[in-house]
Design a protein around this ligand. Structure first.
Ligand SMILES: *Cc1c(COP(=O)(O)O)cnc(C)c1O
Length: 341
């Protein structure tokens, strides 16, 4: 099977498993796991934040940030296709008692003027806007990179308005490799930032949230409330450290493979599909030909040994990652073209 459903399907490599096996561990609920501590220090430094906290998932990292940066009854501005709005159940309502205010971005990118319009005027009968969540790269917008200049202007607008910013950086690594802008630059435009090790970087489990020392102190409590206090988690942190050392630069191969997938499809599908511009490792495919149902295409492709997912009634998503080769990606694209042409 050529599995292009997500970059989360990767299996830990031999080197990663060795690093995990050798990891020094301790009880992290007591703060005594040296490998977890090293991961948190390394990531905090990379992200230019005072401190960081390892979490079991990206959802938990995002929800911890929302819980710590809002008060019950607040409103949080998100992009309409954001992961936080669409793929984290209704966690902000359940965990933080806040509501989300969706704004239509262009390829997931929000502009200052849109945020200014979405900002609630101060009135006792209105919710209080206290947080903006940005996503970089933007998953459902097709792995688009948030331009650093736009982030800077959003940051200065938010500062003036007294609003905080959380950056969902599950794929910030991909943004770094694609744009050359260092993660520290991106995360400087936000109060808190989350990153995932279990996507393109190939670790089996783990995300992290970074911010000020005071934020992380509170975040640790919220993580415990959510059941995310882990014991000898150094085994997982070792995988994350290995991933940061060995699997960031190679993301450019995934990006190249994704571009090839889209080009091949454009050549072979005879106008039966169009792809969103490919910036990183995600390809969003719109069916424009006689084959009108994405679910039908997913089924036919599965029979031919290719897995991808439906992203809408006539939209598909394919994601390249370290466990699919250039040849497999090309062959998947040709098979898709054959199914829909
Ligand atoms: C996958 C993802 C998350 C959540 O990560 P999990 O580890 O699956 O909980 C958050 N944000 C974005 C943009 C993602 O793609």
């Amino acid at each position: 099977m050529i599995d292009l459903r997500s970059d989360t399907v990767t299996k830990p490599s031999k080197g990663m498993r060795e690093a995990m096996a050798k990891a020094e561990v301790g009880d992290d609920v007591f703060g005594e796991d040296p490998t977890v501590n090293r991961l948190q220090e390394t990531a905090a430094d990379l992200l230019g934040k005072e401190d960081a906290l390892f979490t079991p998932s990206g959802v938990m990292a995002n929800q911890i940030a929302i819980r710590c940066l809002t008060e019950p009854g607040d409103e949080v501005i998100v992009e309409r296709n954001a992961h936080i709005l669409n793929y984290e159940t209704a966690a902000p309502a359940l965990i933080s008692s806040v509501q989300l205010f969706p704004v239509d971005g262009s390829r997931g990118i929000l502009e200052v003027e849109q945020l200014r319009a979405a900002l609630r005027p101060s009135a006792y009968y209105m919710p209080r806007t206290s947080l903006i969540c940005l996503e970089n790269t933007h998953n459902m917008a097709g792995g688009s990179v948030f331009p650093i200049e736009t982030m800077r202007s959003i940051r200065s607008f938010a500062k003036e308005a007294g609003i905080r910013i959380h950056l969902d950086g599950a794929r910030l690594w991909n943004a770094w490799v694609a744009s050359g802008v260092h993660p520290r630059e991106y995360s400087a435009q936000a109060d808190t930032v989350s990153v995932c090790f279990s996507k393109g970087l190939g670790a089996p489990v783990g995300s992290l949230v970074a911010g000020s020392r005071e934020f992380i102190r509170r975040a640790r409590t919220v993580r415990k409330i959510l059941g995310g206090g882990m014991r000898q988690a150094g085994i997982l942190a070792a995988a994350a450290l290995y991933a940061m050392q060995h699997h960031v630069e190679r993301l450019k191969e995934d990006h190249e493979h994704a571009r090839m997938f889209a080009e091949t499809l454009a050549n072979d599908a005879g106008g039966a599909a169009t792809c969103e511009p490919v910036e990183t490792n995600i390809i969003i495919i719109h069916l424009t030909g006689r084959e009108r149902s994405a679910s039908e295409v997913v089924r036919k492709l599965r029979d031919k040994g290719v897995l991808l997912i439906m992203a809408g009634p006539r939209t598909l998503r394919a994601v390249t990652h370290m466990d699919v080769s250039r040849d497999e990606v090309l062959s998947a694209s040709r098979l898709l073209a054959r199914v829909i042409a």
